[in-house]
Design a protein around this ligand. Structure first.
Ligand code: SF4
Length: 359
């Protein structure tokens, strides 16, 4: 593909213009569109708005399970048979302690996530209290993901100091019935509109790899562009046994990176977060995600583990990016390095497994 193609992607995006559907399709799957120049074109856009900074987010799964919804991809769905540890909303002390840990780990944003269709007014009042408590103690941005909410709830949460509401669109309107039967794409859209109606910034993303077509991913990226959301987590579907959608649809690192580029071009000023599944699907190409994306999660996802904080911080530093955060993250990395400075040697049980005593 000629260099003018890649330049045009960058300039169209930077001018605030939208790529055509045909162009989006092409960059996702045309073999003549090469990955490295595509990543470079997306990086030019990323660099314009976010320089070389990476924002780190830490998730607190504040309530696990007990969900009446049946999202086919989710281990917490009432239809899932996955053996997960369920618990009701964590006590305030635990949420505050985890906020402190997130802050000290260098997180820019602390995301409190609760399972469920949506909170009752009583629960909204309690969440407002928790947000105030976190904000009073730590200089950290707070994001909340609590299912469907209306304008009144959004107003209460915003007044409490909530920085962002997360509510993912997940997939396109036409594909939605294939991933959930208890609520609709439109229900999710209403929640985002309620938040925006009261001036609450929104974070809303997508899950890639649930049997959708390229057109579905393009539609979601364009819907998020129309909503002008502040932040877009791009998740890559993690097949968890016991969920209804356990079948893994083939995702290659190359395709995942192209999707991140697509979301960057279509949403140049949004924070693009490489979210769940980065370790699993991007594998050795994980670091390349930092060229289109400017944000990632540390310490795992809702029900799946992720890579260690020190490894994530090292990856960011090795690639020449900087962490947008407090100084503690850098300090932590220095301490980890001092502790683990020596080249790790193989243990005897790895070198000569046959010599291990049999039980
Ligand atoms: S994604 Fe949320 S609403 Fe859907 S089943 Fe899981 S916890 Fe419930």
């Amino acid at each position: 593909m000629r260099t003018t193609f890649y330049h045009k992607l960058t300039s169209t995006s930077l001018k605030g213009e939208q790529l055509s559907d045909a162009c989006c399709e092409q960059l996702l799957s045309a073999s003549e569109v090469e990955l490295l120049p595509l990543l470079d074109a997306a990086y030019q856009v990323r660099k314009t708005y976010f320089q070389n900074e990476v924002q780190l987010h830490v998730l607190n799964n504040a309530q696990n399970g007990y969900c009446p919804e049946d999202c086919y991809y989710c281990a917490q769905a009432n239809s899932a048979t996955t053996d997960i540890e369920t618990y009701p909303l964590k006590p305030e002390a635990e949420i505050l302690a985890e906020a402190e840990h997130a802050y000290e780990s260098g997180a820019y944003r602390y995301c409190i996530v609760m399972s469920g269709r949506g909170p009752t007014p009583k629960r909204v009042a309690h969440l407002a209290h928790l947000i105030q408590a976190v904000k009073a103690r730590y200089p950290i941005e707070v994001c909340l993901s609590v299912g469907l909410i209306d304008e009144d709830a959004a107003r209460t949460l915003k007044a409490a100091g909530l920085d962002r509401l997360n509510h993912n669109l997940n997939t396109s309107e036409s594909h939605y019935p294939k991933i959930c039967s208890t609520h609709t794409y439109q229900d999710r859209m209403e929640t985002l509109k309620s938040a925006q109606a009261v001036g609450l910034a929104c974070c809303s993303g997508v899950i890639v790899g649930m049997g959708e077509e390229n057109t579905d991913l393009i539609r979601v990226a364009k819907a998020l562009r129309r909503l002008a959301v502040a932040s877009i987590p791009v998740n890559f579907f993690l097949p968890i046994s016991g969920t209804q959608l356990v079948e893994a649809h083939s995702l290659t690192p190359d395709y995942c990176l192209r999707v991140l580029c697509l979301y960057r071009f279509l949403n140049p000023q949004a924070e693009i977060r490489v979210a769940a599944g980065r370790e699993y699907h991007l594998r050795n190409m994980e670091v390349m995600a930092l060229y289109p994306a400017n944000s990632l999660f540390m310490e795992g996802y809702l029900n799946a583990t992720g890579s260690a904080t020190s490894r994530t911080l090292q990856m960011i530093q090795d690639a020449g990016f900087t962490v947008k955060t407090n100084v503690e993250a850098v300090e932590q990395l220095k301490q980890e390095k001092a502790k683990n400075g020596n080249v790790p040697l193989k243990e005897l049980k790895v070198l000569r497994p046959r010599m291990e005593p049999t039980p």
